[in-house]
Write a protein that binds this ligand. Sequence first.
Ligand code: 1GP
Length: 242
Amino acid sequence: MNGEIFRKKNAARLAVLVDPDKCTGAHTRTLLEISLSCRVDYFFVGGSLITGNTFDDTVTQLKQQKEAPVILFPGSHYQLSAQADALLMLSLVSGRNAEYLIGQHVTAAPRIRQMKLPVIPTGYILIDGGNTPATAYITQTLPIPRDKPDIAAATALAAEMLGMQVIYLEAGSGARATVSAEMIQAVKEQVQLPVIVGGGIRTPEDAERISAAGADVIVVGNVLEKNPETLLEISLAVHQSN
Ligand code: 1GP
């Protein structure tokens, strides 16, 4: 498995993010039921800060469906599970905190190898979403200003040159503003890699705008914690877009 699994074909793709601390087993069951009536292309599991001990159980529960791969989106080296199909090996290239560029990775690498988890090297780029996201606080890094698409594009290009297989533009969970269309376009013009976009995507209109700007994968998390049935209309919007 490599970054190519995220490249859009005809329409964009949809990833549902499940934070095991925020989603109980019952909630995840509801999400799984709803996902049977629409198309979900990937389940991501992770969060900036996870304090509970349901990580493995959540992955196992999501693995009950057989359509969409369950991919780890780890906020720290603790967030590993051998049950998952793959792991986004996130390097926070928008930041200058060595711990999140390489440090956590060194701690996790031997266990990832033992678990035989396929890894997808991911250039993770945090963009200002109009509020302070947990990711910025936990990683102690500054997001890229939202009106500086050229900085995001140069960062993505450097990540591509470093061998990353996919770019992840992140406005932060619960962002007030999603990553702008202008920024997504600037990044897509600069790199050949598939681009994942997440943070603050709440409506079908958000999803359509982001897909029209060129995103390969659209990630939704927060909105489904409150209204899981929103998944149906967001899935339609993503898969009808091109
Ligand atoms: C994944 O952090 C995002 O990239 C998810 O953001 O929770 O705001 O959908 P939301």
